[in-house]
Design a protein around this ligand. Sequence first.
Ligand code: BGP
Length: 469
Amino acid sequence: MGFRFPDGFLWGGAVAANQCEGAYNEDGKGLSTQDVAPKGVKGPITESPTEDNLKLVGIDFYHRYKEDIQLFAEMGFKVFRTSIAWSRIFPHGDDLEPNEQGLKFYDDLFDECLKHGMEPLVTLSHYETPLHLSKRYNGWVNRKLIGFYERYARTVFDRYKSKVKYWLTFNEINSILEEPFLSGGIYTPKRELSKQDLYQAVHHELVASALAVKIGHEMMPDAKIGCMVLSMPTYPLTPNPDDVIAAMEFEHKNYFFADVQARGRYPGYMKRYFRENGISIQMGPDDEEILKHTVDFISFSYYVSTCGTADPELRKNSEGNLLGGVTNPYLQASEWGWQIDPQGLRYVLNMFYDRYQKPLFIVENGLGAKDELIKDADGVPTVEDDYRIQYLNDHLVQVGEALEDGIEIMGYTAWGCIDLVSASTAEMSKRYGFIYVDRNDDGTGTLNRYRKKSFHWYKEVISTNGQSL
Ligand code: BGP
């Protein structure tokens, strides 16, 4: 078909520290919440790290990043999104001095990216909080976390300001509503957590995010600092106005976060929600002023869309979709029940742009699938992942359509550009990569890397700046 992507469009891929680095206790790193969550979102939290936790080794990116960056460069990446593990820099989170060895690792990693002409895009907090902050303070429920996060942000901004231009404050900040422990470090079990404490934690994260934007702009005048939300367009299940309103209210829960980060204040619909649910947010004296420091761009993940309904019976039918919502009868789903909707990406790009008029960055999108390693004609191991190519191609075509709609899009980073440990299942077998990593769910495997068919496809997309789509 051939789309005209803008010059300088940032093509690339994305990972997160806790899902790929491994080396969970090396070079002074402290424990993080992920080190005690061996089963991902489903399973129990353990007292201390256990051998069945695949994230402790990950894909050993900590030791093999040079080889991996080399492969990304071969595909032509212009940008590489990763996160800094907070507990490498401040092992307990509330330490006064940073850990030099942790700082050094990211110096080397970012240098390696720059050497290959790749801009690092760095998430400050991607689904991991220093475990000590979780246990001792109950994570973001405690206002003190704002100060600890600020110290961490200042430290890394100062250290990497000449290397990193693009920053994100919190990964999928809205996911704290569903995943208070992994997303917000909240130690209280979800079923015992009051809405009051949950939304107070949300408030603290929003203030911390705005504070990071404020100090980031002061310390790095050329930097671009964005928010990152899990996007999930919610269509009314039927044209019944009750369903339309139900879908709108469902979307509000997610838009709320970007609304505050992009507009600098709480929206009226959220004040109403707080009133009707007996929630009273404790504000610090400067909070409203701090929130006015809005982000430079909106970044988001996009995997699925869903439907909203007013029918309580149908609402029960929400299994599989990320943040609840009802199954759409017109869409197919992945093996994990995630409904595939390429047009939803164009839709959500339009929604965000109409709402905020700020540049957008798609920082996660991809298909989790089970891959089979085979040998090609020359006997080289590979994966014939046509299903992944199809998924990505269909979504990128919709990005092309959104560009035609006049939307400002900074870039696209495919999620899990190299296979890594899944966030939800904590297994290796839900793979997203262009590069296969030989590691199995039982922890066995050589950790060798192999190019999949999609590797060559993506290389072509990048080298033609989207013309080959
Ligand atoms: C997003 C997270 C990522 C990632 C991705 C895919 O919600 O930001 O960390 O893992 O989803 O999810 P999963 O790994 O569960 O398939």
